[in-house]
Unconditional design. Structure first.
Lengths: 101, 101
DNA sequence: TTATAATTGTCTAATTATGACAAGTCTAAA
DNA sequence: TTTAGACTTGTCATAATTAGACAATTATAA
């Protein structure tokens, strides 16, 4: 349920003609773990996200965005007030971020 | 940083002329814990949120919304792509929720 | 001061997450 | 029909995180 990150990883891996083994070793882990990450059974560690971005040749923060969205979804997706909560958080960030780009 | 829930709890507690002790005992915890929750040093357990709502006489889900927003903020608030990630999650929920009210 | 409310700090226990690995399935080539 | 490679599944010990309990401290006001 809600696995944008893993789905994308797998897509990109196949597009780049890589085996799980190759990515796994670059991340210092094994293929069972990568398999689980792709299927959303386990989550990638945050520190691994930039490594994925590098190996899979996507631009910085692209996968981070998906990874974060997954975490947010895991948190709220079964809640009756999910959208309200997200909206509140969003307003808060916009408020706290007035000084940025 | 980002403690909408705790802040609101405290406000409501004072408005209702309650001491931490009274709320704490109703939640089966102690005042140090409640103090920490109010100040955002610890987070309330999700199961406690409806108890707060009852004791503090606010309508169902009102505090849950704040509680969830805090969790979301904790997750994304320091990220460069915070807003993008939230936006993605939001779209996803809207997609998955077409069939609801 | 004394009493009450609230906060701070710390320590153990409970819970949850992670890593590692054995064993399994699946597919295709021989 | 067996061999090999890619991937998946299941389990389990351990690491890491979080919670609960409580003593001690601070703050405030009578």
């Amino acid at each position: 349920m809600a696995n944008q990150f893993g789905t994308k990883i797998k897509q990109l891996r196949e597009a780049n003609h890589l085996f799980q083994r190759e990515i796994a070793s670059a991340l210092n882990t094994d293929t069972p773990m990568l398999s689980k990450i792709e299927r959303g059974e386990r989550k990638a560690k945050k520190e691994q996200v930039p490594l994925f971005e590098k190996i899979l040749k996507v631009k910085k923060h692209e996968l981070l965005t998906l990874w974060l969205a997954d975490q947010v979804l895991e948190l709220v997706s079964n809640e009756p007030v999910a959208l309200k909560a997200i909206d509140l958080a969003q307003r808060e960030i916009k408020g706290l971020t007035l000084n940025r780009s």
